[in-house]
Design a protein around this ligand. Structure first.
Ligand code: FES
Length: 123
């Protein structure tokens, strides 16, 4: 069902876990499958310097988490917010149609983590 890029990304994910004393944490879930994704961020001067994920979900969700956390490292918060699930799917060289919603979790988790950070900053 999955292409090689997705399987490799899933098998070699290195951003798993949680950042200690993270500046922002976002947790989102998909009601239809019950899967959950959490992304934690280290932020310095409005830039994401580290990102990790904990995903209780399918291989597509884990591959999407890994890809999304790689994509946002080094980006400013506004740049990271521009990354959409379609961009994640493109880097993964495609997902099966019934698995596209898994990549949406990554987009939502990034947005939730940045919102958490901004809320804490009072912005
Ligand atoms: Fe639930 Fe993929 S099936 S995130």
């Amino acid at each position: 069902m999955y292409n090689k890029k997705v399987l490799d990304t899933y098998a070699n994910a290195k951003n798993t876990g949680e950042i200690e004393n993270a500046d922002g944490v976002g947790t989102v879930g998909n009601a239809s499958c019950g899967d959950i994704m959490q992304i934690s961020l280290k932020i310095e001067d409005d830039r994401i310097v580290d990102a990790k994920f904990k995903t209780f979900g399918c291989a597509a969700a884990i591959a999407s988490s890994e890809t999304a956390t790689e994509m946002i490292k080094g980006k400013t918060l506004d740049e990271a917010l521009q990354i959409k699930n379609a961009d994640v799917v493109e880097v993964l060289e495609g997902l099966p149609p019934q698995k596209i919603h898994c990549s949406v979790l990554a987009e939502e988790a990034i947005a939730a983590a940045i919102k958490d950070y901004r809320d804490k900053q009072g912005k």
